[in-house]
Design a protein around this ligand. Structure first.
Ligand code: FES
Length: 293
């Protein structure tokens, strides 16, 4: 059985008579699948190709030309919230708005909230400059956005989480700083970061320094050190990979978890402690000085 429902296939087929060749319906088909499934998996690609009498590689070529589409292993939240940072929006507070949304949602642009409800992204001009700063909530423009309006939008999304029956299992602490951040890191059983991006090494290092194991994907730039030290678990950046990682962690007994906590502190001391790093750097300069390099 395929991944595309008959209804979805029918909607794709309905596009075919509108074009001289089936291939021309590739983009509409991708949009239909992406809108409904929040991703275009490899299997969906094959099924789209069958409907359009194309090779899967041809559909993939079209899809990967646009950064808009999420491919196998990536998935959008139910709501895709784009904050425009084009010139007009930038001049009218887009960056403050982005910071506000990141703090409120506890994710950075390019990420999805852990409950899978909201994907936050930035955009470069969404054609609503007269309403700057502007956002796109899925396909709908939200003009003259302010932090207050953004709060209202997020409250609506939280209400949606409750309507879906998962609201009481989600915490929305926003961006934690100072003692609240250190308390959360020290009190956490594990720091889980299924990131698609490589720029979160500092956050992982902070968790390790607190003796909190890191459960991360192999996109996070310090995954090798975490893996080599036994300071956590590392998996591929895919839904299946993250599922395997969480299952593996849940099978660990107290002894293994405690060993992982100890390894986390050791990993931090070996690779990320500032004094040690400064001493090593100084040593390198001394050696270079001796050789006259
Ligand atoms: S610059 Fe933001 S909508 Fe044009």
């Amino acid at each position: 059985m395929g991944v595309l429902s008959e209804d979805l296939k029918d909607r794709i087929r309905a596009y075919l008579p509108k074009y001289p060749r089936k291939q021309a319906a590739t983009l509409p088909a991708l949009h239909l699948v992406h809108d409904e499934m929040r991703t275009v998996s490899d299997e969906a690609l094959v099924e789209i190709a069958e409907l359009l009498d194309l090779a899967p590689a041809e559909v993939k070529d079209t899809m990967t030309f646009y950064a808009f589409f999420k491919a196998e292993g990536e998935k959008l939240g139910r709501t895709r919230l784009w904050v425009c940072r084009g010139l007009a929006c930038m001049l009218r507070g887009a960056y403050e708005l982005i910071e506000h949304c990141e703090a409120k949602l506890g994710v950075q642009c390019g990420q999805t909230t852990p409950d899978g409800k909201i994907s936050l992204e930035f955009a470069e001009c969404i054609g609503a400059c007269d309403g700057a700063p502007a956002c796109l909530r899925n396909d709908a423009h939200v003009m003259n956005m302010t932090p207050e309006k953004a709060d209202t939008l997020m409250e609506e999304l939280k209400a949606l989480a409750y309507r879906l029956g998962v609201g009481d299992r989600i915490h929305w602490p926003g961006l934690l700083t100072g003692p609240a951040k250190w308390g959360a890191l020290k009190g956490a059983e594990a720091f889980i970061l299924p990131s698609h991006q490589d720029s979160f090494g500092v956050a992982v290092g902070e968790a390790l320094g607190c003796g909190t194991p890191a459960l991360i994907t192999d996109k996070v730039n310090i995954w090798r050190e975490v893996k080599a030290s036994g300071a956590g678990l590392v998996e591929t950046d895919s839904v299946a990979g993250v599922g395997r990682m969480l299952s593996a962690y849940l099978t660990l007994g107290d002894t293994q978890q405690n060993a992982m906590r100890a390894a986390s502190r050791a990993c931090f001391a070996e690779y990320f402690d500032m004094q040690l790093t400064a001493a090593k750097t100084l040593e390198i300069f001394r050696e270079l000085g001796k050789t006259g390099a």
